[in-house]
Design a protein around this ligand. Structure first.
Ligand code: 9PG
Length: 476
């Protein structure tokens, strides 16, 4: 079913607020007559966009997922559209400049759901109200936000058990107020082979939680539960659990670990049972916080065991299996995840691409058109354009990089990050090696770990830096 609306407004007078498909997908407020960017390489579309509804590359044609707003330039008046349920259905909004009018459509991929469309003299308030309504209908979970130390942004896949313990001990010594120490990618034998250890990790993930507990910290673990490495034992043992292409071969997608990977078919009952067992085993090891990543894979277009299940529904079945295995009282942070379809099952959601110790990656963002590129600038822009999503879960705007060493970020860029964190609310996180932090760095880190209530980004301006409108519009 497609809903259609025509506006008798000149496109040159409007800005469009878009919401990207998954955590890393660019979200922005831009003049309607501008041209969106579309990733030039296939793996970027697979990893950062919805391949079934990628951004347009035509001037005056914008695509958005679940929610869209049109704002009259220089005012807070306009129109807001929102599909009010995302459990079974992906809602594909398209806004198109058509001469001196604007055509808007909302195509539903999945069962029928209610679609709200309102003209308003307060766009910001209407976005917040419809977003809250969606959150209510889907039973949004918003537990207390946590302060997390995460290994990824300093150690990447080279992380060791020793690095985790060294940082936890130093954090305790310096009385840094973290709740959770979270081990990221790099401990596992392969994607899918989560119970085997990477030989360079120097131990096993199950050895960590008890030692963290002694220091007073909860243990968190990263998993990409829906991914299966082509050389993994899981791939060889259960090809029937994998999402297939039209020819019946396992679908291989993305390019993040030196080549493409397969995805679990989450409509397969045995794959679901395996996912429940995976989460329950991690819980048994002592992890009550899971960062589950690359989740879009379960919603990837492909041939499934049960063809009657929509992509959104297949995704939620996989997510629910993980929730069931972890338990209701465990904390689930989703990442690389279809944002609205995750509401009600996850506790927190990454709301933008990865932060980096540098401001921008123009070759990949501008020349290759990848709005989901890891870069502090992209993370800021996308998270700010999603300020209203705190009604869906605790937002995770990613880590604050406070260290001056091994970082190209300048003071006003760190300041912009801190301003964004204070505005968005939600989780606070760091990945800095504690031993690398001088007095000024530690002060900034402590400040960045102070939890704030979500606010509207409109009033925020950093001294000497860009205004929020400039950030969100990408014009800086
Ligand atoms: C572990 C990492 C961290 C990180 C996640 C995710 O498109 N890309 O190039 C791209 C690179 C890394 C990436 C996401 C996308 O990072 O967001 O926090 O957990 O995986 O591998």
């Amino acid at each position: 079913m497609t809903h259609r609306f025509t506006l008798n407004v000149h496109p040159a007078d409007l800005l469009v607020l878009t919401n990207g498909y998954q955590s890393w997908s660019e979200s922005e407020l831009r003049p309607l007559l501008d041209t969106p960017v579309r990733a030039k390489l296939q793996w970027m579309t697979e990893q950062g966009q919805d391949p079934a509804f990628a951004p347009s590359d035509e001037a005056g044609v914008w695509r958005s997922h679940t929610l869209v707003a049109l704002v009259r330039e220089g005012s807070n008046t306009g129109w807001v559209g929102c599909a009010l349920d995302a459990a079974h259905t992906f809602a594909h909004w398209e806004v198109r400049a058509a001469g001196d009018r604007v055509e808007v459509s909302c195509a539903l991929e999945g069962p029928e759901v209610e679609v709200a469309w309102e003209e308003t003299d307060d766009v910001i308030a209407t976005v917040e109200r419809l977003s809250a309504e969606l959150g209510r209908r889907m039973g949004a979970r918003t537990p207390a936000p946590l302060r997390v130390w995460c290994s990824w942004y300093s150690y990447f896949r080279e992380v060791t058990l020793g690095d985790m313990l060294d940082n936890a001990r130093l954090a305790k010594e310096r009385e840094l107020p973290f709740d959770v120490f979270q081990l990221d990618d790099g401990f596992q034998a392969d994607l899918g082979d989560w119970f085997g250890a990477d030989p360079t990790f120097g131990g096993h993930a199950r050895d960590l939680p008890a030692q963290l507990a002694e220091l007073g910290y909860r243990a968190g673990l990263w998993l990409a539960p829906f991914l299966v490495g082509p050389n993994s034992k899981l791939f060889a043992a259960h090809p029937e659990w994998l999402l297939k292409d039209d020819a019946g071969a396992p679908l291989l997608l993305g390019d993040n670990w030196g080549g493409p990977y397969a995805a679990l078919d989450t409509t397969h009952p045995e794959a679901l049972a395996w996912l429940r067992d995976l989460a329950a085993t991690c819980r048994g090891w002592g992890y009550d916080y899971l960062k589950i990543d690359f989740l879009y894979a379960a919603a990837f277009p492909g041939v499934r065991h049960d063809p009657a299940v929509s992509r959104a529904q297949a995704y939620r079945m996989g997510l629910q299996a993980i929730r069931d295995g972890l338990g209701e009282d465990g904390f689930l942070l989703a990442c690389g995840a279809p944002v609205a379809a995750s509401i009600g099952i996850v506790d927190a959601m990454r709301t933008g691409p990865d932060v980096t110790p540098f401001w921008d990656d123009q070759p990949r963002r501008v020349l290759l058109g990848d709005g989901a590129v890891p870069a502090t600038r992209s993370a800021l822009q996308t998270t700010l354009a999603r300020w209203y999503q705190h009604a869906w879960y605790q937002p995770d705007p990613d880590v604050m990089i406070a260290r001056r060493e091994l970082s190209l970020l300048r003071d006003h860029e760190r300041g912009a990050m801190l301003g964004m964190l204070d505005t968005i609310g939600g989780l606070r996180a760091s990945s800095d090696p504690i031993a690398m932090l001088g007095e000024a760095d530690l002060a900034l880190l402590r400040r960045s770990l102070e939890i704030t209530a979500p606010d509207r980004p409109v009033a925020l301006t950093m001294a000497g830096g860009p205004t929020v409108t400039q950030w969100v519009r990408g014009t800086f």
